[in-house]
Design a protein around this ligand. Sequence first.
Ligand code: ZN
Length: 501
Amino acid sequence: MTTVDDTWSELTARMRGFADLSNVNALLGWDQETYMPLRGSDARARQMATMRVIRHEMLVNPRLGELLDRAGDEPLDRPRQEMVRLLRRDRDRAVKLPPEFVRRLALAEGRGAVAWRVAREEGDFALYEPALEEIIAAKRDEADLVGLDGERYDALLDQFEPGMRVARLEPLLALLRAELSELLAAIVAAPQLEQAPFEQRLFPDAQQWDLTMRLLGDLGFDLTAGRQDRSAHPFTQTMALGDIRVTTRIDERHPLSGIYSTVHEAGHGLYEQGFEPRFEDTPLAAAPSLGLHESQSRLWENIVGRSRPFWDHYAPVMREIFPDVAADITAEQLYVACNRVQPSLIRVEADEVTYNLHILIRFELELALMRDQLEVAELPGAWGDAYERTLGLRPENDVLGVMQDIHWSHGSFGYFPTYTLGNLYSALLWDAYCKDDPAAEDHIGAGEFQHVLGWMREHVHKAGAIDQGEDLIRRVTGSGLDHAPFMQYLWAKYRTLYNLA
Ligand code: ZN
């Protein structure tokens, strides 16, 4: 006769297997973006596809189903209940996808990433189109196979933001779009902010690197349990709770780019370093959703990092680290430089006001693709129309347009909205933190980040994936998902910066 203990020791071993697989895959992905020579691309894409197929086989294994059923019949403590819930969620999705389909999708995504790179170098969408078409066909099939209650897009969104549905998200984002457009119109009509002399100067790479390393330490990122490297597109990957990797990119002409890449990824890294150690190697050592994960990176990057107190603390540091180019730099100049608002074509360079408009364009196009209202061949035109309508700009080529993001090329549909959800969650969490700590801004001005970090650790990080994303927000802030606190934050900041009425 098997006991609860037997069931749990077998389940624990299986959870460790999933964690190992996912951490090895993270290492492969990290290496691909940092040190791997380009000619390793094809082999790496295949290796990562193989890992996915193995994971799928482990999930659909009937023995896992039996163990979950048996565990579900027993009285369990809360963490174990949630482990069962999360494993079951992954398994239920996996059993709907035949193994041949999993391989087809993985290969399509591998090919897509390569085609995207080549097409960008050649500046030719036609070289990307067949691969993208194959991916979108596979994503439509995936959504149909998974077949969640609502519409097709829901099945894709649910992977990144569990429980979120288009019926909830679409009206929320429509409100946000209207209010952002109103704020943007007020800013564009106001006198524009001047450029400071330092914005024309070159900031040496080596000192910039030193500054980003110092920032990581200042913010509380444990460098004995993590490291920083460079990549074209900054990201964070976890190989173990004691091995969290962040990346940054440094540009001598734009010192703020490296600073904010590092602060953003530090936000992700701090979250991962903050999970309850006893949750390691279980599905609980994770954020409940990508939106929640992004709430931490955006809180550190934007609310903390683009604040005036942040620069009160770091302007003297800049003067010390860059004596040749920044001897005369002021906190106010840095504050203005990192908050200047300007409609632009490139999402990753966008300011806080226009950023979410870039996301809303992608959401609108993804929805149309999944609703069969838009075909791949029509994408570049639809992209240009949406940019013209939303930001008053039309890209003159597809590298500045529809081919700027890597996401679609590796099949991430339903992912973009989590960036905006992260912004909305970050404002809710910041307000809740400030209620508990009225000296929040003084701490930042003094370079004492342990207060905000301690609060996030206690209220957000430690719990891992115990709660669903919005449940966590409601438990911690007393309010559900809402765009109003984020809009209030933006208005308060930009009213002063741009002297708006
Ligand atoms: Zn992020």
